[in-house]
Design a binder for this molecule. Structure first.
Ligand code: TXA
Ligand code: MG
Length: 332
């Protein structure tokens, strides 16, 4: 089953689909798995060959670690150390869009961690994903189910568009609720906290639960790449992406070519535009809208990020990476 399948089966999010997905995973295959953030490209986390298949299906360098998706009570199974702060975060936010990086245990395939001494764990807040993990009885390694460097998928069709024939099946459970990938926080054995990626769980929420004593969550989302894969150029559609302010958009609107796609919170007088109002709707619809920039008839994607809301820092982060094109620090 790890051989390249000819075409990808589409499964329903019902008992039959869940059983079929678990059987494929048990046999070492790959499936597209819906979660509340984005669709994942899933394999049995304890099967070396299957985990290796993720990297080839996605075209991802094998030194970039994968998140292991688990049931809420399974943290300690895959960790060599499970600090009290990790336990508090898991109790508070799992299942949910938070990945906790801790020292790696020996149970997951070494290929999951890309040679790092740590492992990223997350329990997705999605009934179908949890049912598949439960049916398999093991953690499921999964990066986002897109071709490496491309925009993450928030529908089963996005997964098919990127990976048809490269994976055995995808479970179609409709559109993902959150729309941007999980927050990633690293908890050192001494309990200190590093934020590695922004997401729906905010720094303030993490601070309150994980570090009430020290009062510190170090921001490691910029600068040297702490979470390999958090390269500057990522989440990019075929057309270039440019971030503009509301005022800049208004100034350019008159001369805007019809091949330009505009994404903004406010309705604009332009034939090719997507309106996403408020940070929650913006996050949920962002990747779907960015993928419209893969249409060869789109010459440029102009985006005005949302102005406020707790998801806005995560949205801005993804947009900056989508807009980034050249430079020595890149690598899609
Ligand atoms: O919401 C999500 O997190 C989605 C869904 C499918 O769960 N997954 C996801 O996976 O975004 P991926 O592979 O596209 O991004 C995972 C990020 C990568 O930047 C990776 O470097 C980081 O997590 N990561 C995983 N394990 C790590 C570790 N041990 N230390 C540091 N970063 C790690
Ligand atoms: Mg990804």
């Amino acid at each position: 089953m790890a051989e390249s399948p000819a075409s990808t089966e589409v499964l329903g999010p019902d008992d039959e689909g869940i059983e079929r997905a678990a059987a494929i995973l048990r046999a070492g295959g790959l499936i597209g798995l819906p979660t509340e953030t984005v669709y994942g490209l899933a394999a049995d986390a304890e099967n070396d060959a299957a985990v290796g298949g993720i990297y080839s299906a996605k075209g991802r360098p094998s030194d970039q670690p994968l998140i292991v998706h688990i049931l809420p009570g399974w943290g300690e199974r895959y960790a060599a150390a499970w600090p009290a702060a990790a336990q508090r975060l898991a109790e508070t936010f799992w299942p949910g869009p938070l990945t906790i990086v801790v020292p790696a245990g020996t149970r997951a395939s070494r290929r999951v961690t890309g040679g790092l001494p740590t492992v990223g764990l997350r329990s997705p807040d999605h009934a179908t994903a949890l049912a598949v993990i439960e049916a398999l009885g093991r953690g499921v390694a999964a990066p986002s189910a897109n071709r490496y460097g491309h925009v993450s998928p928030t529908t089963a069709q996005h997964v098919i568009d990127d990976l048809d024939g490269a994976i055995d099946a995808v479970i179609d459970a409709g559109m993902c609720r959150v729309g941007v990938e999980s927050t990633i926080v690293e908890i050192a054995p001494d309990g200190s906290c590093n934020l590695l990626r922004r997401g729906a769980i905010t720094t303030e929420q993490i601070l309150e639960v994980a570090a009430p004593a020290s009062g510190q969550v170090a921001d490691r989302t910029e600068g040297p790449v702490r979470a390999p894969g958090m390269t500057l150029s990522h989440y990019a559609p075929a057309a270039p992406v440019e971030i503009v302010t509301e005022a800049e958009l208004t100034a350019r609107l008159d001369q805007l070519d019809p091949t330009v796609l505009v994404i903004s919170e406010r309705q604009v007088d332009h034939p090719r535009s997507v309106v996403l109002t408020g940070d929650v709707e913006f996050a949920a619809g962002l990747y779907q809208a960015l993928r419209l920039g893969d249409d060869p008839q789109v010459s440029l994607v102009l985006i005005v990020p949302p102005s406020s809301g707790s998801l806005t820092p995560a949205i801005r982060d993804r947009l900056q990476r989508a807009a980034h094109r050249e430079g020595p620090a890149t690598g899609r």
